[in-house]
Design a binder for this molecule. Sequence first.
Ligand SMILES: [Zn+2]
Ligand SMILES: [Zn+2]
Length: 500
Amino acid sequence: MPLRVSLFQLYGPTRILPEKKLDFSDLTALSFTMPPAMEHDNETNLAKGSLMRFSILLANLMVLLAPAGVQAQKSGPFAYDLVKRQALVLGQLDAELKSLDTLYKYLHSHPELSYEEEKTAARLAKELRTLGFTVTEKVGGHGIVGVLKNGAGPTVLIRTDMDALPIVEKTGVAYASKIRTRDKEGRDVGIMHACGHDMHMTCWVGTARVLANLKKHWRGTLVFIGQPAEEVGAGARMMLQDGLFKRFPRPDYCLGLHCDSRLPHGHVGYTEGLSLVNVDSVDILVKGKGGHGSAPHTTIDPIVISARIILDLQTLVSRENNPLDPAVVTVGSIHGGTKHNIIPAEVKMQLTVRSTRDDVRARLLEGIQRITKAAAFAAKAPEPVVRIEQDNFTPALYNTVEVAKKTSKVFRAVLGDDKVHEQKPLMGGEDFSRYIREGVPGFFFFLGTLPPERVEAMRMGKAPPISLHSDLYYPVPEPSMRTGVMSMSMAALNLLKTAP
Ligand SMILES: [Zn+2]
Ligand SMILES: [Zn+2]
């Protein structure tokens, strides 16, 4: 891809400086492309990478050697700041990549389940301390908080999650996890970073290194948090309840990223506003009266009641909900009975319930209880138990529009217009939303992680789609972390105060 940004355009003789001051809204017009060094290393890209570095060097030189008029303007035009910042970040990133790759592979092969992130948290705490952060451990379980004060300016929180999933890894990569453990039910399970939280941690450490090493270029306070128990929707609540926004500097902004299994590496995706939805987990215990399968009249059959409940639940979305408000009610698990000729005494069901609006959520949860009780009543069965897991509820994630606009413009300028995608919201959940719900403006974006050829094959229907939480999913390490560290560092620098 040709290097479309022309430094000549920015500093050339015909128009050394734009007539009007450049601000963020001018950025898209500048048409930067992604620094080629951020793509997979191959000969062409290496050549392009050298060209980009040379261009950045040249830009810096031109600014240094520029006449006074240009110097006077340099703090105004964002173009100058952007090129300079990108060059500074790229320099740091190049120096850190090898060690970040080692860190990533260590984290990938040493996953820990939700609530058990002890060693992972200790490793991250050590990384931050080395960089001069003041680190507090055990904030809401195994959560860690690192604070780096650097003069007067905004406070920016950057979050990573730390937990992995009970999955036996089948990726076949050399650094695959071989860890096994017992789950809550005592079953032997593997543990795998199948949601990319290892990549989030690596990008987080990389960004901490870049920003700590570039301290003289910004002012403000960094709050880096390592959050436990994201996969069970509990970690953000636990950290907030343990005083995250009271014991430590309250952030003016919060930032987070998540691996994306649809986008190629080098690309990022985001939404302005709604990104992810309300997620509730509901447990239902349908009670009946057990007995012999040949004598149903002597029993109250909870299996028939459950079947009725499942069908009636469908009407919550199809009949009671405004079709323009997205909603999902899924019965994901049903267990009852042991043998052909035994009518069991009870049936257990587990539901996931999703919505984008809080009033829709309230109606769905009320409806589940109403339908379940009504079915039991109709069958003269004992009252069923409906348990809504309030603690692990994940609220819908709404990106703050102003922060989304401001940050995505920088992404377009740094990565290239064609590599930054405004996406549709997903019916998934993420408890990063809780930080924004506490009144902190925030932005959560998605990091492309797949080989481009795989994405193309998926698009053409020649390869099956892959999702997070798959035993086969893994991000391509180096190019993913390049884009992750670059985008997160540039996002943070864009919110912090520029040093005079
Ligand atoms: Zn996940
Ligand atoms: Zn995740």
